[in-house]
Design a protein around this ligand. Structure first.
Ligand SMILES: Nc1nc2c(ncn2[C@@H]2O[C@H](COP(=O)(O)O)[C@@H](O)[C@H]2O)c(=O)[nH]1
Ligand code: MG
Length: 522
């Protein structure tokens, strides 16, 4: 089969945007030897209404029963749609922030209370030198859907503390640490995983296209593997639900308990082979030959690092590997930056984002119109202001011509020069008239700016009442959007969208546009 140009493939198959695969950096699937998958929130899409509650309720129970929080905290209610990935937690101040691509804070909440622009700017829009970097340890980014529970609980407890300062005396930062610890424990002590094991269908969305997609990749000559932080017993629960009892047959290699991002960074992490009975055996993998020998015994490993993986896959270079994951930092940023792996980011939110864009075209048109109207007034204002400064200069010349020594200056001008100057100067009231027109234009500019803001707010609220569009802040790309652009070679709403593309597809990036590329021709 010859390489398929994805733009042609997409056009001919009329792939809807909500299931398309988008390309930031050109990628030829034909040159990819191994395709690897993260499991949780990549192969397995969880149902937030049920799955998140396991962590939320479990964490609340720990906060009240073992961490000293008041019993009233048990009455808090989880809202699975209140927060979104890409938001940043300011642990010390008890705030949640949405940043644009310049790290300018565009939306901020203190606990559950939206901050006014004045409050927000007083903290975050200070000088360049004092502006926060929004990095750990004081800040934490919601890089994965698992952390939405932390965000919700943290904001609720911050508000609870503000309303009941005598009941919760801990600092916001300590509250954050307690929430993190409580949720973390739920991932380890069975509160989440035992419940999923009992009834996986309640927590994990089934997708019949998954088996088709994995089979197509294998038939297309790819090695197909998993690197997940989940341990083998839980991986077995999830994949048995998604792919049936013979799920292992879909993969050439499975690495569980990978401890990403450590797996991608630390060359000393040891690897173990998981025997058929689930017990672990130390594995020595130095060369590809070691990898081939071990793979004959079992395809399942635990721990290790990328060097083991490359040896097991007989991979000469990281650029022959495509890794598909949901975690912006652990799956995408680190693997691309450190190892040169090619990356596909799973963004389930993209589906709704695109559908809302479709449904709210009229709001987008209103924003465009508001921009155009304001731009026209601003162009007029600029013209008037230039004219005014010109007139001011001319008035000075006029004063010179008429004042002391003016006669001498005037005499120095030729007849023609003098006539031309006087004509340019206009009537004596020209400056005052211009000032009036400038003031009028400034009023219009103010009115149109607030109309534009309202149009932008209406548009954003259609996506999310509190945080707006995931990929935008105002008219700028959000910090999240910028990270997607920078670190994900490809991105799509769901892993099985890959099924629409042949294994030798060439994904091509759209041409980059600078602002001057968008300017109308001179
Ligand atoms: N100990 C913790 N484990 C966590 C937490 N959040 C998620 N997880 C677990 O990680 C894996 C994710 O697997 P992957 O396939 O996406 O690599 C899964 O088992 C989660 O339960 C946490 O806060 N603490
Ligand atoms: Mg994951």
């Amino acid at each position: 089969m010859t390489a398929t140009d994805v733009s042609e493939a997409a056009a001919s198959a009329a792939i809807p945007a909500s299931t398309n695969v988008f390309c930031n950096r050109a990628l030829n699937l034909g040159g990819i030897q191994a395709v690897g998958f993260d499991m949780d929130y990549t192969l397995a899409e969880y149902v937030p209404e049920t799955f998140d509650l396991l962590a939320y309720d479990g964490a609340i129970e720990k906060l009240v029963n073992t961490m000293g929080y008041p019993a009233a905290v048990l009455d808090l209610v989880y809202d699975p749609h209140a927060y979104m990935r890409g938001l940043v937690i300011d642990k010390k101040r008890g705030n949640l922030l949405k940043l644009d691509r310049h790290k300018y804070v565009k939306v901020a909440y203190h606990g559950l209370k939206r901050m006014t622009p004045e409050e927000r700017k007083a903290i975050y829009a200070t000088s360049f030198e004092t502006a926060p970097a929004f990095t750990p340890p004081d800040f934490s980014t919601i890089d994965t859907a698992f952390l939405l529970v932390d965000a919700c609980l943290f904001c609720q407890l911050v508000s609870y503390k503000d309303d009941h300062p005598d009941e919760v005396t801990k600092s916001y930062e300590q509250i954050y640490r307690d929430v993190r610890r409580a949720v973390d424990l739920c991932h380890c002590d069975g509160v989440i995983k035992d419940a999923v094991a009992v009834n996986p269908a309640k927590y994990i969305r089934s997708d019949p296209a998954l088996a088709t997609m994995l089979t197509a990749l294998k038939q297309g000559g790819k090695q197909v593997f998993i690197v997940t932080n989940s341990l083998y017993d839980y991986t077995d629960v999830v994949l048995r639900h998604l792919l049936g009892a013979s799920w292992l047959d879909y993969f050439d290699l499975v690495v569980c308990g990978a401890r990403k991002p450590g797996f991608l960074l630390d060359p000393y992490l040891p690897i173990f082979q998981v025997r058929q009975d689930g017990s672990l055996e130390n594995a020595e993998i130095i060369s590809p030959q070691d990898g081939a020998r071990l793979l004959q015994r079992s395809r399942v490993f635990q721990g290790g690092n990328w060097q083991h993986l490359h040896a097991l896959l007989q991979l000469a270079s990281g650029s022959g590997l495509l890794y598909v994951g949901d975690h912006m930092y652990s799956d995408i940023l680190r693997s691309k930056r450190t190892l040169g792996w090619r990356t596909l980011l799973i963004v389930p939110e993209l589906r709704d984002e695109l559908l809302t864009a479709e449904e709210t075209r009229h709001l987008a048109a209103a924003v465009d119109e508001a921009y155009a109207e304001r731009a026209a007034v601003e162009a007029r204002l600029q013209h008037l202001e230039i004219r005014r400064s010109q007139l001011e200069i001319d008035s000075e010349v006029e004063a010179l011509l008429e004042g002391d020594g003016g006669a001498a200056k005037a005499e120095a001008l030729s007849e023609e020069e003098r006539a031309e100057l006087l004509e340019r100067l206009g009537p004596p009231h020209a400056l005052a008239e211009l000032d009036e027109r400038i003031a009028e234009a400034r009023d219009q500019q103010r009115v149109l700016s607030s109309a534009l803001n309202e149009a932008l707010c209406r548009q954003h609220e259609a996506y999310h009442p509190a945080w707006g569009r995931l990929f935008k802040t105002g008219a700028q790309n959000s910090r999240w959007a910028q990270q997607v652009q920078e670190y994900a070679c490809l991105y799509t709403s769901h892993v099985t969208n890959l099924v629409q593309f042949a294994p030798d597809t060439s994904f091509r990036a759209l041409s980059d546009l600078m602002p001057h590329d968008r300017a109308p021709p001179a």
